[in-house]
Design a protein around this ligand. Structure first.
Ligand code: URA
Length: 245
């Protein structure tokens, strides 16, 4: 690859790390005329450095943004990494309209390196199917990226280390609706300690995105009588998604 191109790509990736999504490059008048003209008569002429107000957005591809972010997540100095087999970042469609955020990987997720692939995941897939959503249609992540030993609840320090990166995942996916699964995700994202039983089923906002807390599938497996409430929350998700809310 040509060195200039390589350097430019490296610079764009670095801007992306800093949170810059789009660069606006003013095009000098003389350059515009040079590029729009089919002959190269301007090349070699003395050029003035005057600029115009015209701006051209240079898009950095979404996948580049994910690759950079995933590399950074892999480098987080989190104590959970010492006991985990895998870093579990996300599954699904990076352009999904629905983003789900769970608590932390469990045993199966740790082994497979994917969120919600164990018993909770099987129930979650059925919950999604009840409103005609397929697993591949959504983006799914967790509040922390590594399995806490013995499946304990992640500590506040572990959550605080991962949260800025979860927010960057949200920014990259830019979903229409976020659904928070369980109290750990809900408390971390919404910065509240109110019980999930009070927060669930109500639409709120996070980073300007409609957000609905609901019960965690693992809780529903232990408390099947609450599945009706969770179904109502899914119907709310469906309405918000279709704009009928
Ligand atoms: N529970 C979670 O919160 N996340 C997973 O990925 C699996 C189980």
């Amino acid at each position: 690859m040509n060195t200039d191109k390589w350097e430019l790509e490296a610079l764009l990736r670095w801007y992306k790390v800093l949170g810059v999504d789009v660069l606006f490059a003013p095009i000098p008048d003389n350059l515009k005329s040079a590029t729009s003209s089919s002959n190269n008569a301007n090349i070699g002429n003395t050029v003035s450095i005057s600029t115009t107000k015209t701006v051209t957005p240079i898009e950095i591809s979404d996948m580049d943004g994910f690759t950079v972010l995933c590399n950074e997540i892999n480098k987080i100095d989190c104590p959970l990494k010492r006991t985990a087999r895998n870093t579990v970042i996300y599954d699904g469609d990076i352009k999904a309209k629905v983003m789900l955020i769970g608590e932390a990987p469990g045993y199966d997720e740790d082994v497979q390196g994917k969120p919600f692939v164990g018993k909770s995941g099987i129930l979650l897939n059925k919950m999604l199917a009840s409103i005609n959503l397929k697993r591949e249609d959504i983006f799914i992540a967790n509040t922390v990226f590594w399995r806490p030993p013995g499946n304990r609840t992640p500590s506040q320090d572990e959550i605080s280390l991962c949260l800025p990166f979860v927010k960057r995942l949200i920014k990259l996916v830019a979903p229409k609706v976020i659904m928070l699964l369980g109290s750990v995700a809900t408390h971390a994202i919404l910065e509240t300690m109110q019980p999930i039983s009070k927060l669930r089923g109500r639409e709120t906002e996070f980073m300007g995105i409609k957000t609905i807390p609901t019960y965690h599938p693992a809780y529903l497996l232990r408390n099947p009588s609450q599945k009706k409430s969770a179904y109502n929350d899914l119907l709310l998700l469906e309405r918000v998604l279709s704009g009928n809310y």
